[in-house]
Design a protein around this ligand. Structure first.
Ligand code: IMP
Length: 187
């Protein structure tokens, strides 16, 4: 794998800015769910939302539970998703009667989160909301409600802080933009 410095076009959101925004999103969540704490369930959409989920949870002061689910998109190119979405790892928690907050890394076309919302609605949660760190509004193909939005970003391929480029660099503490002309796919 190439060193990321070779294809980093620019740092879009640096680490302190990310952390500051995450703390303020958590404050909003703390306020909104203050009277629902016994039934708050955070759901991390694997794998991209993992660092965001961990940092967000550390700022959520009301008692809550957490679970994870994994989704895969298929029949698509690397930089494009489609409506073909499948659950590859399902929740271990019964969400009936719970106040569910889905934690996602990025909403792009909207197909992934829309599919997850439709599926989870059938399991009768008390409420169902979405918290997404990033929102690429320009790319939206289906309307999805985002109740908590970290940052609106332009239509560029980004990586770092959970988001991958060919499964690498999810560990970076910042969000960078890929220069697709300089990026060489491994294998
Ligand atoms: P959607 O179904 O088009 O909204 O795509 C959502 C998923 O596509 C996200 O959860 C990411 O895994 C992936 N994705 C979309 N845009 C990017 C990007 O710029 N970098 C890395 N992954 C992305």
């Amino acid at each position: 794998m190439q060193a990321y410095q070779e294809f980093l076009a620019e740092t879009l959101i640096d680490a302190p800015t990310l952390q500051e925004r995450i703390a303020s999103l958590a404050e909003e969540i703390n306020r909104d769910y203050a009277d629902k704490h016994e039934d708050l369930l955070l759901i991390c959409i694997l794998r991209g939302a993992l660092p965001f989920m961990v940092d967000l949870m550390r700022h959520i002061t009301i008692p809550h539970q957490m679970d994870c689910m994994a989704i895969s998109s298929y029949g698509v190119g690397k930089f494009q998703s489609s409506g073909n979405v499948r659950v590859t790892y399902d929740l271990q928690t019964n969400i009936a009667g719970k106040h569910v907050l889905l934690v996602e890394d990025i909403v792009d076309s909207g197909h992934t989160i829309s599919h997850v919302l439709e599926m989870l609605k059938t399991r009768n949660p008390a409420s169902l909301r979405v918290c997404s760190l990033l929102d690429k509004e320009e790319r939206r193909e289906v309307v999805v409600p985002i109740h908590y939005r970290g940052f609106s970003i332009p239509n560029r391929y980004v990586f770092g802080y959970g988001l991958d480029i060919d499964e690498y660099y999810r560990n970076l503490p910042f969000i960078g933009v890929v220069d697709l002309e300089k990026y060489q796919s491994p294998g």
